[in-house]
Design a protein around this ligand. Structure first.
Ligand SMILES: O=C(CCC(O)(O)[C@H](Cc1ccccc1)NC(=O)c1ccccc1)N[C@@H](Cc1c[nH]c2ccccc12)C(=O)O
Ligand SMILES: [Zn+2]
Length: 592
C-alpha cells in the first residue's frame, strides 16, 4: 500500500488530538462571552478564536503541501477527510483581516443581543429587551398601535446601526471565500450540502409547497382583516406586525384569532404548564425523558451542571438559543433564555436535538463531528417535537385533559392548522433569508439597496409588508439574529422538509403510522417509547458527516432524496379544508 497514504492517515489522527484541545479552549472562551457579555470576555474570546484559526490554517497548509491533490490515494475515507480539510472558511484570512472579521461579527451580535427599546404610551425607561419583553408583546398583544410601536422600535434600533458593519463584513467574507477558491461566501456556504443541484432542489421544493402556503396566507389574511380591518388594503399583503412574531417567520401565536373549530381543543398548553408549576428545568427534564424513552443517550451530568437555561438578572447574555459541543466528548451545554410556554417547550426539544446529535457522533474523528448537512442538525429536535406536540402525547404527559376528544375530524383540523401556522408559514421566510444573502454575496445587490431588496423578497415570497415606511436608513434584515450573527439559514428550510421525512420513517418503524390505515394518520403519530425508532434514528445520527448525506438519508428513511411528499401527506387534510373554506369566503390565494 502507498506509504504516503499511511503517513497521511497518521497525520490526520494527530490533527484530531491537536484540534480538539484548541477547540475546547476556544469554545470555553466563546461560552464565557456569550453568557456574560463584557470587554474582558470579549477580548479573551477573540484571542482564542484567532489561535484556533491559526492552527486550522497551519494544518491546512501541511495537508495541501504534503498531500496535495493525490489522485493515487485509494482510501475513499482518507480522500473525503482531505477534501473537507481543504475548505478553510474564514480561517483562510491573513491574521489582521481575520481579526477584523471576528471583531465585526462579535460586535454585531453584541449589538443585537443588548439592544433595548422604549415603552409604548408611557414615559418609563427604555429598557425593553427582545427576550422576554418584545417576544411576549408580539405573541400576546392584539393592540395594533402597540404592535406597530414595538415592531418599529426593534427594527430601527437593532438593524439600522449595524448596516455599515455588515457591508464591511460582507467584503471580508468574500475575501475569505476567494482564498478558498470560491466566487463568494454564498457559494462556500452551499458546499456544506455537497450537491451541484442544491439551489435547484430547494427552488423545486418551494414551488411544490407554495400553493399550500398561499392557501394558509389567504385564510389568515381574511381572518386578520376581520380583527384589524383598517390595516388592510387591496394589495393582498399582510402587515408584518400582526402575525404574532417579530419577524413574521412563524404564525402560531395568532391561532387564537382564527381557530377553525372553536369548540374543540387546541395544542396551546401554556396555561396548563403554568398551572402545573412547570419550570425551565422541568421542561428540559421532560425533553430528556422523551429521548431516553426511545433508548437514545441521556444528557450527561456536565450538561445539567453547566447549561444556562434561564436569562440571568444581573448581566448581559446572548439570549438566542444554542447548543454547544466543547470538543472533548464530555462537555455539552445549552444556552437558552427559557420561558414557560408551549413554543419554548418546542425550542427546548430543538436544542436538545442538537445535543443528542453531538452525543451520537462524539466518537467520530473531529472532522466528521457535524451534521450530515446543516439541515440534518436542525431537523433532529424538530422531528421529536412533531411527536411531543400531538394531542395524543400532550395527554400522555398530562398537559391535555384526558376527557378532551382528540380523534375527531374538527380536532385534527384545529391541530393541523396550528402546525401549519408554525411550519408552512416558515417555509418562504427560511428560503428568502439566504436568497437575500446570496444576492448580497454575489454582488447582485449593494449596500444602497440592502433594505429595498429585503422588502422586495419579503413581499414576493411571504406576501407581507412593513407596518411603517422603511428607507435605506434602515437595515431590517439586521433585526433577525442570524444576519448579525452570520448563521447560515437555508438549513432551516431543508430541516422543515426533511423532518417530515424523518417523522414518517420513524412513525412507520414505531407502527404508529401506515399509509393504508386511516386510523393512523401521520399527524397523529407519537414515537415516544419506541426503541426501534430510536435505534433507526441513532444509526443515522452516529454517522456524523462521515458519509454523503443522501447515504445517511437512505439509512434513516429508505430514500436518498429530499422530497416534499411527507410534509404534503401530513397536511393533506388541512389543504383540502382550506381550499374549500377559502372558496366559500371568496378569498383568492395570492397577491400581486
Ligand atoms: O435559530 C433557531 C434556534 C437556534 C439554533 O439551535 O438553531 C442555533 C443557532 C445558532 C447557530 C450558531 C451560533 C449561534 C446560534 N444552532 C445551534 O445551536 C447549533 C448547534 C449545533 C450545530 C448546529 C447549530 N431557530 C430558528 C427557527 C427554527 C427552526 N425550528 C424551530 C423550532 C422552534 C423554534 C424556532 C425554530 C429561528 O429562531 O429563527
Ligand atoms: Zn437549531
Amino acid at each position: 500500500e502507498n506509504d504516503l497514504e499511511s503517513e497521511a492517515r497518521d497525520y490526520l489522527a494527530e490533527i484530531d488530538r491537536l484540534t480538539s484541545q484548541k477547540c475546547y479552549e476556544s469554545t470555553v472562551a466563546e461560552w464565557d462571552y456569550a453568557t456574560d457579555i463584557n470587554t474582558q470576555n470579549e477580548k479573551a474570546k477573540l484571542k482564542m478564536s484567532l489561535e484556533l484559526a491559526k492552527l486550522t490554517k497551519e494544518i491546512w497548509t501541511n495537508v495541501t503541501i504534503t498531500f496535495k491533490e493525490r489522485q493515487d490515494f485509494k482510501d475513499p475515507d482518507l480522500l473525503r477527510k482531505l477534501k473537507k480539510i481543504r475548505v478553510l472558511g474564514s480561517a483562510a484570512l491573513p491574521d489582521d483581516e481575520y481579526k477584523k472579521y471576528a471583531q465585526l461579527e462579535t460586535s454585531m451580535t453584541k449589538h443585537y443581543s443588548t439592544t433595548k427599546v422604549c415603552p409604548f404610551e408611557t414615559r418609563e425607561a427604555c429598557i425593553y429587551s427582545l427576550e422576554p419583553d418584545l417576544t411576549k408583546i408580539m405573541r400576546e398583544s392584539r393592540y395594533e398601535g402597540a404592535l406597530r410601536h414595538f415592531w418599529t422600535q426593534w427594527h430601527d434600533k437593532s438593524g439600522g446601526p449595524i448596516k455599515k458593519s455588515y457591508k464591511q463584513f460582507i467584503e471580508i467574507s468574500n475575501q475569505a471565500a476567494k482564498l478558498n477558491n470560491f466566487n463568494d461566501m454564498g457559494e462556500l456556504w452551499l458546499t456544506a450540502y455537497e450537491s451541484e443541484t442544491i439551489k435547484d432542489d430547494v427552488e423545486q421544493l418551494w414551488q411544490t409547497l407554495k400553493p399550500l402556503y398561499q392557501n394558509i396566507h389567504a385564510y389568515v389574511r381574511a381572518k386578520l382583516r376581520n380583527v384589524y380591518g383598517d390595516q388592510f388594503s387591496d394589495d393582498g399583503l399582510i402587515p408584518a406586525h400582526l402575525l404574532g412574531n417579530m419577524w413574521a417567520q412563524s404564525w402560531e401565536n395568532i391561532y387564537s384569532l382564527m381557530v377553525p373549530y372553536p369548540k374543540k381543543s387546541s395544542i396551546d398548553v401554556t396555561q396548563e404548564m403554568i398551572k402545573q408549576g412547570y419550570t425551565p428545568l422541568k421542561m428540559f427534564q421532560v425533553a430528556d425523558e422523551f429521548f431516553t424513552s426511545m433508548g437514545l443517550i441521556p444528557m450527561p451530568n456536565e450538561f445539567w451542571k453547566q447549561s444556562l437555561i434561564e436569562k440571568p438578572k444581573n448581566r448581559e447574555v446572548v439570549c438566542h438559543a444554542s447548543a454547544w459541543d466543547f470538543c472533548n466528548g464530555k462537555d455539552f451545554r445549552i444556552k437558552q433564555c427559557t420561558r414557560v410556554t408551549t413554543k419554548d417547550l418546542v425550542i427546548v426539544h430543538h436544542e436538545m436535538g442538537h445535543i443528542q446529535y453531538q452525543l451520537q457522533y462524539k466518537h467520530q474523528p473531529y472532522i466528521y463531528r457535524e451534521g450530515a448537512n446543516p439541515g440534518f442538525h436542525e431537523a433532529v429536535g424538530d422531528t421529536i417535537a412533531l411527536s411531543v406536540i400531538t394531542p395524543k402525547h400532550l395527554r400522555k404527559i398530562g398537559l391535555l385533559d384526558k376527557t378532551v376528544p382528540i380523534d375527531d375530524h374538527e380536532t385534527s383540523i384545529n391541530f393541523l392548522f396550528a402546525m401549519a401556522l408554525e411550519k408552512i408559514a416558515f417555509l418562504p421566510f427560511s428560503y428568502l433569508i439566504d436568497k437575500y444573502r446570496w444576492d448580497i454575496f454575489d454582488g447582485t445587490v449593494d449596500e444602497s439597496q440592502y433594505n429595498t431588496h429585503w422588502w422586495k423578497l419579503r413581499k414576493e415570497y411571504q406576501g407581507i409588508k412593513p407596518p411603517s415606511v422603511r428607507t435605506e436608513e434602515h437595515f431590517d434584515a439586521g433585526a433577525k439574529f442570524h444576519i448579525p450573527a452570520n448563521v447560515e439559514y437555508l438549513r432551516y428550510f431543508v430541516s422543515t422538509v426533511i423532518q417530515f421525512q424523518f417523522h414518517r420513517s420513524l412513525c412507520t418503524e414505531a407502527s404508529q403510522y401506515s399509509p393504508e390505515d386511516p386510523a393512523k394518520p401521520l399527524h397523529n403519530c407519537d414515537i415516544y417509547g419506541s426503541k426501534v425508532a430510536g435505534a433507526k434514528l441513532a444509526d443515522g445520527l452516529s454517522m456524523g458527516s462521515s458519509r454523503k448525506w443522501p447515504e445517511i438519508m437512505k439509512v434513516m428513511t429508505g430514500q436518498e432524496k429530499m422530497d416534499a411528499s411527507a410534509i404534503r401527506e401530513y397536511f393533506k387534510p388541512l389543504e383540502d379544508w382550506l381550499t374549500s373554506v377559502n372558496e366559500k369566503m371568496r378569498e383568492t390565494p395570492g397577491w400581486n
